[in-house]
Design a protein around this ligand. Structure first.
Ligand code: MN
Length: 301
């Protein structure tokens, strides 16, 4: 146990706004059994600039030779999809020419921008062997000025992601995007944000300092965590925070905790999401459907 409260001092905390339990899992295609921990349909604005988080908790898949499970060709426009593979492998192809296998520990950061068509399946090799599968898909909104940026694809391998020890070696932090104690994550982002994959050892505590300008959300993927010494959240919970504050105190329960920490400067723009599109108005959504139907987002080759 670490006594962290004295280190937090009198600086303002990131205060919890609410703790929400994700609804039961649903299937995306036949490959991704996800709980939507938040979506753009939620009234809560405090996740901005993040607009959706789907978590496929660890699940055992039987071998399925020759017929990988997943979701076939579909479009996106106006935001970025970030796929974090924890276990298993995802094979991806898109109309910008991007593609590849996202292996355990890898991250794919895909910019849908002005429009893309892609498919997401279990890799052929994973499909042949079966095994445990666990992943996150996070949707990051683009500001209005960048919604029509060309589609793009960042393939970020496990080796490119700094895997940092937390102070006093109480756990680890994989720095996917943003910065932590002077280190920079590999993902290129359009606006300022942090995406940290945090593991806290059993009973261990730590303090994070975050900009007061950042909104903050925590997705608790495994274990249990105590927040600011006064509230607890379990695996499957989304912890939402009020704006402002700079200090966050976390302490893992007796089995440790895995936490996806999302913080970022809010865009403060209208968010109109519909199916696979996230734009600023319904007119732009209608335009996206029209463009997709006319083949303007390209095709999978
Ligand atoms: Mn997709």
């Amino acid at each position: 146990m670490t006594n962290t409260s004295s280190q937090a001092g009198e600086r303002p905390r990131k205060e919890v706004a609410g703790i929400y339990t994700a609804p039961p899992a649903h299937w995306v295609g036949n490959g991704f059994h996800v709980r939507s921990m938040f979506t753009y349909a939620d009234a809560f604005q405090g996740s901005d600039p993040f607009v959706l988080l789907d978590y496929a908790a660890e699940e055992q898949f039987s071998p399925n030779q020759g017929a990988p499970r997943g979701v076939g060709s579909h479009p996106h426009k106006g935001f970025e999809t970030v796929t974090i593979a924890y276990q298993g492998e995802v094979a991806h192809r898109d109309s910008s020419g991007g593609g590849g296998i996202i292996q355990a520990g890898d991250v794919q950061w895909m910019t849908a921008g002005r429009g893309i068509v892609h498919e997401e399946f279990h890799s052929r090799e994973f499909s042949n062997t079966g095994g445990p599968f666990e992943m996150v898909q996070l949707w990051v909104n683009l500001p209005a000025r960048d919604k029509l940026t060309p589609a793009a694809y960042q393939s970020i391998s496990k080796e490119q992601i700094p895997d940092l020890a937390l102070p006093d070696e109480v756990g680890s932090l994989r720095l996917i995007a943003g910065s932590y104690l002077g280190k920079q994550g590999p993902a290129k982002t359009f606006t300022e944000m942090n995406v940290w994959d945090v593991v806290l050892d059993a009973g261990a505590g730590t303090i994070f300092e975050l900009p007061a300008t950042h909104n903050l959300s925590l997705a608790i993927l495994r274990g249990e965590v105590r927040i600011n010494a006064n509230q607890s959240a379990q695996a499957g919970a989304l912890v939402r925070f009020q704006p402002g504050g700079e200090v966050l105190e976390l302490q893992a329960g007796e089995n440790g905790a895995t936490i996806l920490l999302l913080s970022g400067v809010p865009l403060d723009e209208p968010v109109v999401g519909y199916g696979p599109f996230v734009m600023n108005s319904m007119d732009e959504i209608r335009q996206a459907f029209d463009e997709y139907e006319r083949g303007k987002f390209g095709n999978l080759s």
